[in-house]
Structure formats: structure tokens, C-alpha cells
Write a protein that binds this ligand. Sequence first.
Ligand SMILES: [Zn+2]
Length: 304
Amino acid sequence: MALYESISFLEFQNTYNSEEKCRDKLFKMKWPDGFTCPHCGNNSYYFHSIRGLYQCQQCGYQASVTSGTIMHKTRTPLVKWFWIIYLLSNDKRGMSTLELSKKLELRYATAWSIVHKIRTAMRDRDSQYKLNGIIEIDETFIGRSSKGNSKKGRGSEKIPVVVSIATKGDSMLFAKMRVVKSVNKDEIKKILSETIPAGMTLKTDGLQVYASLSDEMDYEHDRIIISKTGKNAHELLKWVHIISGNVKAWLNGTFHGIDKKHLQLYLDEFCYRLNRRFFGNQIFDRLLKACVVAKGITYAELTG
Ligand SMILES: [Zn+2]
């Protein structure tokens, strides 16, 4: 059996159209080898259909398929959760919370909270991966420029974001974006140490904050003084420029501007989908899995 289920739009519609079917799916993800009591490890259970709980036949513990997941204690039907996860995983443009709340007949605040939790699961999943290979790093600034405010100057409302992209040959592998207070050496070093293993090759422009990184940290460093090359930045750091352009277009197109406070989570959502662009119809199953294991604790972890 493949690790992840591949499911088309039509199959999704026909498969996850009842609470029972959604619950069965979560059951299979949570307990792939059959029910295991989170309390005593026993495998036999009674099912309480009214409350949707699985009661251990040995110790009486009542387990739910949503405990330890981002759906824990939700009052929103699982069918709606599944739809939101499906739509967020599949639509390259993403979908605004307002649109989702209308489509799925949810209060805006409820839809917002669900989307927020899904974005957090995306973030947690991607944070498990480090960048390997040749890594392009550059800063970009996201947000509206403050036109007509000459005192503050153009760009004063823009939020600095450090973009790192693992590349191989002419293709990009994996992207990460991090909102920073300002682009300074300490911030850059912190991001590098958290996301890039030692020994990798960094590719940056000649900006001073990137100077001497290879002396201070265990990286190879290809620092390009763009003005000396006769080429422009788009050619030298191709992928960070393409992806930075894409994320800005996505934010403007889908959200018509952004709430600064939540920019990081929007970026996490963008990177999550980007990093899984070749997974086709597996993308729903993968994201559902990320939501199920989000804050899950396995029986082994509990007792180990
Ligand atoms: Zn038990």
C-alpha cells in the first residue's frame, strides 16, 4: 500500500461526504495497525456511535480520533474540516478565510481559527526539514509601500523576510521564508543554524550582513558582489527572485494585502504548497496527516 492516498477532486467529493467516513479516515491514520488504547495499550474497543468515541474494553478509557490532532474538541463537523484541508492543500492560489467561510457556511471566526490551525500544522511539518545542497539566500520586503508619506519614505511599512531556497543544478528543491525584525547578521546566523546543516554551500549577494559567514560558521560560501559581475541579481540568485515575486503576487491576489501579525503563517502556507508541488493528488492526504500528527503523542511516546 502506498504511504499516501492519491485522491482526485471527484473521489474526494464522493468519499468524505459524511461524519462517519471522515472519522474512519482519521481512525486509519491515527491507528494504522488497529485501535490501540492511549492509556493501557490494549487493542479491543467498543464504539459509542452517539459521542463518536472508542472505549477501551480493558481499562474503559474513552479515546477520540481527534484528540492530539488540530481538530481536538472541535464543534465543527469533520466534513467541513476535510473540505478546508482539501481546498487549502490543492488550490495553488490558496483561499481566503472569508471565501472559505462562505463556501462552507461557517462563521468567519470559526473558519479563521481552523485555517490558522492548519497553517500551524503546515509550519510544524516543514520545520522538520533542513535545506540541503546549494542554498540561495536573500532578503525581500513584503507589504504595501506607504505612498504619499514622504517623511517615513517609501517602503517603511514593508516587512523584511529572509528567503532561503535549496537548489540542485537548475531546479529548486525546497523553500523557507522567515519574517525578521531587521536584516542583520545575528538574525541571519540564527536562521542558518536552525535550517541549514553544516557543510552546505550558501549563495548570497554582496550585502555586508552576509560577509564572513563561512569564517564564522561551517559553510562553503559563494558571495557574489553583483556590481562586479556585470550580471543582474535575477540571474545570479534566480530562485529567490522568482519565488519572492510569486509569494508577493499570491498575497496580493488572494488576500488583497495582509495582516502583518500573521504574515509568517501565510508564508508557511505558501512554502508548504510550493515544497509539495510535485505530489499531485497525494497532497490532501499528506496535509491531513500533518494535521493528525500535529500535536499527537503516540502510545510509545506516552509510555516510553
Ligand atoms: Zn485501555
